[in-house]
Write a protein that binds this ligand. Sequence first.
Ligand code: NAD
Length: 429
Amino acid sequence: MSAITVIGAGYVGLVISACFASLGHNVRCVEPDDRRLGRILEGQLPIHEPGLDDLVGETSGNGTLQFTGVIEESLDGSEFAFMAVPTPSMPDGSSDLSAVMSVADQLKQHADDGTVVVIKSTVPVGTGDSVASILGGRLPVVSNPEFLREGTAIKEFMEPDRIVIGADDDKAGSAVAGLYNGISSEVITTDRRSAELAKYASNAYLAVRLSFINEIALLSQATNADIDSVTRVLATDHRIGPHYLKTGIGWGGSCLPKDVSALEHSGKTAGVETHMLKAAKVANAAQIEFLVSTLKTQLGGLSGKVIGMLGTAFKAGTDDVRESPAIAAAVRLVQEGAEVRVHDPLALERTALAAPELHRVNDVEKLTFGVDALILSTDCPEYRAIDWNRVSQSMKGNFIFDARNALDAQALNSVGLQYAAYGRRLRSN
Ligand SMILES: NC(=O)c1ccc[n+]([C@@H]2O[C@H](COP(=O)([O-])OP(=O)(O)OC[C@H]3O[C@@H](n4cnc5c(N)ncnc54)[C@H](O)[C@@H]3O)[C@@H](O)[C@H]2O)c1
């Protein structure tokens, strides 16, 4: 078993720390933000991720996982140093690599000779080279991009589709692959640059695919076809497959938007026009505009209207509101003069910081009372279980926009609610 330092205790850092510790490695996770570290040490994780509290509790309890704010301490005797620090978008779409470079400087000063530096953060192609040059060749640098999805992150760490190791140094690459012993998965070994690019290509492909199906949904809407039927035809074609073909309010979250922008920026730098990425972004914005214009038409304008929104996280099962399309839509509705009341089972605290202009309500029944329209913007099991008959009696209006194409239109119609979604052909009952 190995001694591992993980730098950054966010979604990725916490998940990989707890998972590596549960595989038996000795993990020290470094978090420089005192408040965040304090909460973690008190047993209160700063993020919501199913199963993570238990895994952190268990591995901290048996001593395989420790947290610290001091990088020097944690690096003492570490064989591996994983970077799990943020790489947010700059205004021009490029990645802000300041945290990565600052960690590289600290590793240069404090890491033992031979410590393998592993870049888990999503970084533009060539970043590993820059980190290696800061380290002056003293420490090998391996790219090991992370593909976990929030909400199912632990399962995806333990049962990944593949583990990607990008290394120009075979010995360091094999050592990193060895950390995953016990996990049954294909290990794809590449050069470092290809691994870096593959991570972006993977996220950008998912964004393009979602934008494509969303565009087909709008076409279905305009031509009186049915997106559910069209999708079924696509999904059963083995060349296409069923995943990431669910139409809805658009893609968001902490990764897809920033990674698409960063890849576009890499294209610009490399002199390659990234037509597909541009189109995917334009199509994504169209989903929110469709929602806003549908509500505007249905309600006879938005000024003074009260609209309830169920779900503010970028998807169900997480409290992450970064680049949430639901919040973007809600803010657009406020700009058009509506009052928007929002609910989310996990993300209301973060919503308050991201969009204070939205009225937060922590009870679904209270939220529906007196609203002119309701939007379902995340596909939470809790919302699927709503008693729509009661909702129809408590609302002022009767219009429901199902922005996740998740609800049963006929069931809603049968209790007097008017249903709209993206490209669903509705049978009248
Ligand atoms: N969240 C995801 O689903 C996901 C999935 C795959 C890859 N990634 C990538 O992983 C990286 C981290 O993402 P995240 O969502 O975990 O971010 P996050 O914002 O949740 O967490 C980052 C953590 O790093 C800490 N940090 C910031 N600067 C630091 C520094 N200089 N030294 C040490 N720690 C520092 C922060 O305080 C925070 O705790 C990003 O590059 C992201 O693109 C994220």
